[in-house]
Design a protein around this ligand. Structure first.
Ligand SMILES: Cc1ncc(COP(=O)(O)O)c(C=O)c1O
Length: 400
């Protein structure tokens, strides 16, 4: 048994949020009260009105059966209405829409369905780990493009495509994500349109991750690729977009998301999923449909919550002596350059030091790709009093 290799699993680096688990466990075992701002795991329960819908739908016996296919019709109708209301874009609910078990599952299986050895994928660096991981798992070669505040998204993607072409390769898939995890970068409609045009011109396919659609602090809805100034029918000819219920509706454990757009890409994912699963539990889909149709006020509260926390943490860190911290323009994270008093340390060393000396856990930037060196990510998953306590401890550690 020990002589077998498991190449796909072994090729994957340790997942960003698992790397510090052992150290965190040791600190907790010593009795310390660890403030964990590592994983972006929303702390609030799902709003009761959505949970009530789940309870009611779970009482219907016919909802307990397998539900193969691309998603419960009522949910696909709610998805169509959501896109039309926000972005003025219409989709064929049978051919251009699919419900997935979270965005992570959808992204992973889409890559497995459409990529193979010899293909190239261009992904942000730093990125949410599955954006690089999924093409890699599918066997594709991955080329990173610089991401984060201050980067021109279209130019950065164009440069990466040119690098692949200079190696004799051809890019099959570009992954983009705005508002972006981990950097908090947002795009304007114009900048997203420019990026879409660059990908279109290259002949590659595009996957845009819009998980933080409701967390662009400057505009009510973050721009969608289906409302970026490029005609929808053109975008539909080479691109898909994924949205997750996890963040906007505090539903991370429910594992429910959806992908819309290019018919063959959606079809390939749907085909793969006929082998992989039998669809999401119907009551979850019924409750998700209700949330999309009735949850605008809940989403506005969630947005205000993260913005309040971002302000509290950024101010707290600055007064604790952590220089160069700015408030993010979106998402639920602060992407902070390492404090200059600890110059010379790597992101991983700063992460360990914060756990050991301040009993505060963050995500070291390198967990999101080599471009994350020099940064750590704070997830805004505690209320201001606890964030203030975290900053007090960090201040002591920085001084001490
Ligand atoms: C950019 C991005 N996409 C997707 C997800 C995960 O979405 P889901 O819970 O639907 O898998 C996250 C979670 O942190 C994320 O940051």
């Amino acid at each position: 048994m020990t002589s077998w290799s498991f190449p796909r699993a072994e090729a994957l680096p340790t997942y960003a949020f698992v790397a510090t688990d052992a150290l965190k466990a040791r600190v907790r075992a010593s009795g310390a009260d660890l403030i964990d701002l590592g994983l972006g795991n929303p702390d609030h329960p799902t709003p009761q009105a959505i949970v009530d819908q789940l309870h009611a739908a779970a009482d219907v016996g016919s909802h307990h059966r397998y539900h193969p296919g691309r998603g419960f019709p009522a949910l696909r109708a709610a998805i169509g209405a959501w896109y039309e209301r926000r972005y003025g874009a219409r989709f064929d609910l049978d051919r251009e829409v699919i419900v997935t078990m979270g965005a992570k599952e959808g992204i992973s299986h889409l890559c497995l369905a459409i990529l193979d050895r010899g293909d190239y994928a261009v992904v942000p660096d730093p990125c949410y780990p599955i954006h690089a991981g999924a093409p890699g798992i599918a066997g594709a070669s991955v080329e990173g493009y610089a991401s984060g505040p201050g980067v021109d998204p279209a130019k950065s993607v164009a440069d990466a495509i040119a690098r692949v072409e200079a190696k004799g390769g051809r890019v099959k898939l570009v992954i983009a994500n705005y508002p972006q995890n981990p950097t908090g970068a947002v795009v304007t409609k114009q900048a997203l349109g420019d990026l879409v045009r660059v990908v279109q011109k290259s002949g590659a396919l595009l996957l845009h991750d819009l998980a933080y659609a409701d967390l662009d602090f400057a505009s009510r809805y973050a721009p969608s690729i289906f409302d970026c100034g490029v005609p929808v029918e053109e975008v539909k000819s080479f691109a898909v977009e994924v949205f997750s219920m996890s963040k906007s509706y505090h539903m991370p454990g429910w594992r429910i998301a959806y992908m819309v757009g290019q018919e063959r890409m959606i079809g390939a994912l749907g085909h793969l999923k006929t082998y992989m699963d039998y669809g999401t539990f119907i009551p979850l889909q019924v409750a998700a449909a209700w949330a999309l149709e009735h949850g605008d006020a809940l989403v506005s509260e969630m947005r205000a919550l993260y913005q309040r926390r971002a302000t509290a943490l950024a101010e707290g860190l600055r007064s604790a002596g952590w220089d160069n911290v700015s408030e993010p323009s979106g998402t639920m994270f602060i992407w902070a350059p390492l404090p200059s008093v600890w110059s010379g340390l790597t992101a991983a060393q700063v992460g360990d030091r914060l756990i050991e000396r301040a009993h505060v856990a963050v995500a070291p930037g390198t967990g999101f790709g080599p471009g994350g060196e020099g940064f750590v990510r704070f997830a805004l998953i505690e209320d201001p009093p606890r964030l203030t306590e975290a900053c007090r401890r960090i201040g002591e550690a920085l001084r001490g």
